[in-house]
Design a protein. Structure first.
Lengths: 338, 338
DNA sequence: TTGAAAGCGATACCAT
DNA sequence: ATGGTATCGCTTTCAA
């Protein structure tokens, strides 16, 4: 089989034309006689020629690749994010580079390094310093995802604060609960920070005393189990555990049920994200739905648009809407709500 | 700030030397006088020059990048896999391209396309056809991960069959259980196929009639919930549900507990993988531990080794050991085992 | 020790 | 309509 070792020069030789003509035929630009085009296409076909990316990139000054930078991976949330980003990029025939900075100190350098191999980068909020983002944005278009960077950098994120405030009000007003516990580290990511803000705001608006400090844990299921244990060890079971995301909520649910408590009777639990599992547990999880995949896809689209036409760049923040999803874990009767 | 627009030619001009010397200084090869080296390094430092990857790659015929191809993402398993692969690659200063073929028909072409942008590719078992793997291996070094491809292609995988047979024997012999249900689609991935084989082998060895056909579902938590529902709908609750992986086992656990059944008293559940969550649920999950992250890291290492020295290539299969982890969900008393 | 120059693979401008 | 050639940024002989 004729494979990738073919070059434009080789094809040109075989078809008895110049490399310029091969390029013209392949790219469908310029004037080429029908007869010549046919000969060239035949040679291309016969040897499975495809132009090399490096030569193309070097000549065009474009890589046709985009990068995605995130802190570390964990479960369904990141899965969705990556898939949303990747599938949008692939549709634009751009290849996807990933960089997972988790637990590496030299990540700022590595991100800069990545900027030299791609046409644009999407950075997950809270992954690298604002300063690094600025340096990055100096080199290539940057779009922040699920969080925001320095002022001039465009961002795509979900509405966190109002939704979390609404959910919190639901617990405080509808269910008359007090002394709610918040699980999540506001300093860990912009998302959690905003959700914590919404949680506090709801207390504020209602003239209630500020809530207890958050249980600062990570965002994975085991973190939720751990948080539940810490809360239960205190002797007094909090009436409600408001978790920063669904995964910790699911972990907390497991932890609480494992201790023999009933949900929502003994303790109410809520999440954020609405991952598939949340509708399936018993009781089903009251949470906030955010369009994770669409969020990443939108970030990819904005990035690719800017890459294709730098003039189209705008520091605008795209904020996708979220909706509170009431299910059983908050104490509401489980309705027909899917 | 002097940023990336600097080229070797520019630095050469500034330092009053030739580009060849700049290249020599940067790469630390050849003979350069101390005085000249100093001048060049100064210019490099002053303008933050870093050689461009494209030029380098074009000249060297190497991309310094590797690719990872997988079917779709789901939860902790893929997270670990990607992180293991990525962190090993980054250590070798190779950038990582990803391609997620899930639900796309033209994935074979896209994989071939990727082969033109990287020095080597790791493909997850069951992602693309053996034929596509062969074509791929014709272009760049390929290492299969968690599964195997055509004969000549190296692979890194975990021991599945014997471990699943051992676990199954444990249920059949130690606990005297019969009519075990298997959850997972053997045609979906090599891993599941091998685990199903081990499951059947255990029945065979003990002279028992072959088990019922598997409940063919995917590998994510919701699939496990669904499988449990299907099993429970049949009226007779199976004494044990042997799941192809931990995520479906966790889903099944949730589904079963949600129906008011007790585990392991009413039904036994086992998994495979030993993801972090499995030790935390109640009852803790009896499962098989496989070194997911290490598996991917090893695949990356073998790939990078082959890329660095094609002569080092060997079709050998690296099979990492697995261990049965007995916890509470099989009916054993929960011991000091973490 | 250093520089000039020939590639690497493709594109695009300028002639013809 | 087609070919020759400079160019992209770097590495690597080959001379000097």
């Amino acid at each position: 089989m004729g494979n990738s070792r073919m070059t434009a020069r080789e094809i040109a030789r075989l078809a008895g034309v110049s490399v310029a003509t091969v390029s013209r035929v392949w790219n469908g630009v310029g004037q080429v006689s029908e007869e010549t085009r046919r000969r060239v296409l035949e040679a291309i076909e016969a040897h499975g020629y495809r132009p090399d990316h490096l030569g193309k990139a070097l000549a065009a000054g474009r890589h046709n690749a985009v990068g995605l930078v995130f802190p570390g991976l964990s479960g369904p949330y990141f899965s969705e994010l990556i898939q949303g980003f990747e599938s949008e990029a692939v549709q634009s025939r751009a290849s996807v580079h990933i960089l997972c900075t988790h637990l590496r100190e030299d990540s700022d350098d590595q991100v800069i390094e990545m900027a030299r191999r791609v046409d644009g980068i999407t950075v997950l909020g809270g992954t690298i310093s604002d300063d690094a983002v600025r340096r990055l944005a100096d080199m290539v278009p940057v779009v922040m995802l699920a969080g925001s960077g320095p002022d001039q950098v465009p961002a795509v994120r979900a509405e966190n604060t109002a939704a979390m405030a609404e959910l919190t009000r639901h617990l405080l007003v509808e269910h008359g609960l007090r002394n709610l516990a918040f699980v999540g580290n506001p300093d860990g990511s912009p998302d959690v920070s905003e959700r914590w803000a919404g949680f506090r705001a709801a207390h504020d608006e209602l003239g209630l005393p500020p809530p207890a400090p958050p249980i600062r844990v990570g965002l994975q299921q085991p973190d939720g189990v751990y948080a539940a244990e810490r809360l239960l060890e205190r002797g007094t079971v909090p009436p409600a555990i408001v978790c920063a995301n669904d995964e910790t909520a699911l972990g907390a649910l497991v932890g609480v049920l494992g201790r023999g408590l009933r949900v929502p009777r003994d303790v109410v639990i809520t999440g954020f994200d609405d991952v598939p599992m949340s509708a399936l547990v018993s009781p089903p999880l009251t949470t906030v739905r955010q369009p994770i995949r669409e969020l990443a896809a939108e970030a990819a689209r904005r990035l690719l648009t800017t890459v294709a036409d730098p003039a189209a760049a705008s520091p605008e923040h795209t904020v996708l809407p979220t909706t509170v999803v009431i299910r059983g874990s908050c104490g509401c009767p489980v309705g027909p709500n899917p």
